[in-house]
Design a protein around this ligand. Structure first.
Ligand code: NAD
Length: 277
């Protein structure tokens, strides 16, 4: 399936649908990442804290896919926001991945109480200048911290990766992103199995109308909104199914009906405003 690419202001592009490997043990990461690459994914989302950069790297090396045809993201963990720690952490991630650059490096959480997110952002700017990373962004930054890093450095993140799914659609942050030219990336795009999202009646009706699965409908909703989405599965049939969502086009009415599922209590994961290291 042909995955659309979205453009960053820095000139690079990102495949709009990728493969996430949160909670995938390093022992199976190589196998499932290889299956994803075989299925046609070219965008892999990992993180230092996932403990599987080596497995992901082995799959990339074994795939024979040209480096420039792959988009690899990893993330700086919360214990390394100090400038020199962040530089070293990126170098260590690259070594584990077996790569000499990543396409995207993200500050994983702002951790406002720790107060080092501006320093971490300055380190990412340096890493981009040094060529260790192509594009830089953040994840889990509440609006005040997102605005603070921009005001402090003049450098706007290429993308912001946040919890986002139909029960938690993040309208306010998406508007901030749009105004500032930041792409929105969804983590937990399928709701992480924490809610009844994939059994929701509205989503089931849209799925029925298209002969698609509920997961495909949810992913097509992300794509329709211009969101970059990175579903995770370790089940071969679902790995294929999720990628095929790029072929599903929802009507404006269907998108609006799914927009209506947003809930004030829809957050499933940690709140970035109160997250501690
Ligand atoms: P997800 O929303 O992708 O849900 C994954 C779960 O959904 C699977 O474990 C499986 O149980 C189910 N599933 C997947 N495909 C399905 C299908 N076709 N039909 C039915 N059920 C299906 O949750 P996630 O893995 O937490 O998020 C995706 C990726 O986002 C992660 O793997 C990771 O790369 C990233 N992430 C980032 C952060 C962050 O803090 N930046 C946090 C969480 C996840």
């Amino acid at each position: 399936p042909a995955v659309p690419h979205l453009s960053f202001p820095d000139g690079h592009t990102i495949p709009q649908l990728g493969y996430g490997v949160f909670k995938v043990a390093d022992e199976i990461a190589a196998d499932v990442t290889a299956q994803a690459l075989e299925a046609g994914y070219r965008h892999i989302d990992t993180a230092k804290i996932y403990g599987n950069e080596e497995g992901v790297g082995r799959a990339i090396a074994a795939s024979g896919i040209a480096r420039e045809d792959l988009f690899v993201t990893t993330k700086l963990w919360n214990d390394a926001h100090r400038f020199e720690d962040a530089i070293a952490a990126c170098e260590a991630s690259l070594a584990r991945l077996g790569l000499d650059y990543v396409d995207l490096y993200l500050v994983h959480w702002a951790v406002p109480g720790q107060g080092q997110y501006v320093e971490a952002w300055k380190a990412l700017i340096e890493l981009q200048e040094r060529g260790l990373v192509r594009s830089i962004g953040v994840s889990n930054h509440p609006r005040p911290q997102l605005e603070e890093i921009i005001e402090a450095t003049g450098v706007v993140p290429a993308i912001h990766q946040i919890e986002l799914h139909p029960y938690f659609s993040q309208r306010e942050l998406r508007e901030v992103h749009q105004r500032r030219g930041i792409l929105t990336q969804a983590w937990g795009p399928l709701g992480q199995g924490r809610s009844d999202l994939l059994e929701n009646a509205t989503i089931a009706a849209v799925a029925e109308a298209h002969g698609a699965s509920p997961a495909q409908v949810v992913l097509a909703w992300h794509l329709a909104h211009g969101i970059v989405t990175i579903p995770k599965s370790v089940t071969p049939a679902r790995i294929v199914e999720n990628l095929a969502a790029v072929e599903l086009r929802l009507t404006a009415e269907e998108v609006a009906a799914i927009d209506g599922l947003d809930r004030p209590d829809g957050r499933g994961g940690a709140d970035p405003a109160t997250k501690t290291a």
